[in-house]
Design a protein around this ligand. Structure first.
Ligand code: NAD
Ligand code: TYD
Length: 336
């Protein structure tokens, strides 16, 4: 397939691009603004591939989108581009509204004009928190944070383009992803890097919140599957095979890094913190997808990846991330 992948310089987008380019022979143009989370290092090994092209630009900029479509002549747009950290959405929601509402609108207009298939990458957080049971695609949308609320708005806009203009659009909602190339503001890489440096491990509240972890390559495979086999106008959940309590994730990271449990520090809880996410993936499983990586083995491999790839995270830990960390946690970080 010839794809325009928006947000392909981020964590999940770059893993998706690597998988599709190297293993499936897709031709891929990445359009990405390169925010703090988007990095050329994420596709360092792909730049010389003949099927790969990178254009720097924002999805809310119609000229950048037009340029990318002219260069890519894509059959479909896959939109990963987003602001993705809940804590940042609480502190500074502006960019979340711009990218998710306006950016998604500009992409949908372009898809409509050029009659392209469209896949919106979305999240289980649009359903809100669930103490028992699992969310299906028919569960009510009850987002809690500015991040999830603006992602929900984007999803509804996508569905409106299907209903109103017959745009062949689908949505794939993933649960919490983990794996290589994830920016260290998120739970797993943050805890791994802090543990490796002897920094404190800031656990929000009682640490008993539950997340449904999916390996990034399993999610990338689900997205490709939905793009190929999904029915236009439909939503598909893609959840991981395992749920885990946050404190258990952190404890396993301590074991794998050999760090001491005394590094754990319970800090003030996140406002509006969703207690548990749990996703039923029956609908996409019926299309033939299933997750391949269990959390225990995937987490071990992920910790090993961060250990072995200091070249990737060292510039992050020594750059703006330090200031973000100080602002967010009121704590400093050790020098790398
Ligand atoms: P990320 O923060 O690592 O990457 C986001 C990418 O989007 C970056 O490369 C950034 O530069 C780019 N971007 C941001 N705003 C842009 C704009 N206005 N125009 C163009 N590019 C822009 O995020 P991620 O974890 O890879 O998430 C990708 C997608 O998957 C998002 O839509 C997110 O909501 C969704 N998702 C993430 C998770 C998760 O656990 N990380 C789970 C489910 C769904
Ligand atoms: P995060 O990786 O931010 O993903 P999300 O909020 O989208 O699920 O957080 C995962 C869980 O880890 C969530 O319950 C919040 C918790 N958490 C901490 O306890 N400490 C931290 O420093 C971070 C970043 C997250």
């Amino acid at each position: 397939m010839r794809l325009l992948v928006c947000g392909g310089a981020g964590f999940i987008g770059s893993n998706f691009v690597r998988l599709r380019l190297l293993q499936h022979g897709d031709e891929i143009t990445v359009l990405d603004k390169l925010t703090y989370a988007g990095r050329e290092e994420n596709f360092h090994d792909l730049v010389d591939h003949p099927g790969f092209r990178f254009i720097r630009g924002a999805i809310e900029d119609p000229d950048a989108v037009a340029e990318a479509i002219a260069a890519a002549a894509p059959e479909a747009i896959v939109n990963f581009a987003a602001e993705t950290h809940v804590d940042r959405s609480i502190a500074e929601p502006d960019a979340f509204v711009t990218t998710h509402a306006l950016g998604t609108y500009v992409l949908l207009e372009a898809a409509r004009q050029h009659q392209l298939r469209y896949l919106q990458v979305s999240t289980d957080e649009v359903y809100g928190s669930i103490e028992q049971g699992t969310f299906t695609e028919d569960s009510p949308l009850r987002p809690s944070s500015p991040y999830s609320a603006t992602k929900t708005g984007a999803d509804l806009l996508v569905l409106s383009y299907f209903h109103t203009y017959d745009l062949p659009a689908v949505i794939c909602r993933g649960s919490n992803n983990y794996g290589p190339y994830q920016y260290p503001e998120k739970l797993i890489p943050l805890m791994v890097l802090n543990a490796l440096h002897g920094d404190r491990l800031p656990v929000y509240g009682d640490g008993q919140q539950v997340r449904n972890w999916i390996h990034v390559l399993d999610f990338a495979r689900a997205i490709a599957h939905v793009l190929q086999h999904g029915v236009p106008g439909e939503v598909y959940n893609a959840g991981g095979p395992d749920e885990c309590v946050n404190l258990d994730v952190v404890t396993r990271i301590l074991e794998l890094t050999g760090a001491d449990a005394s590094l754990i520090e319970h800090v003030t809880d996140r406002p509006g913190h969703d207690r548990r996410y749990s996703l039923s993936s029956q609908k996409v499983r019926a299309l033939g997808w299933e997750p391949q990586v269990r959390f225990q083995e995937g987490l071990d491999e992920t910790v090993a990846w961060y250990r072995e790839n200091a070249w990737w995270w060292q510039p992050i830990r020594s750059g703006d991330y330090r200031e973000y960390y100080q602002r967010q946690y009121g704590l400093g970080l050790a020098e790398s």
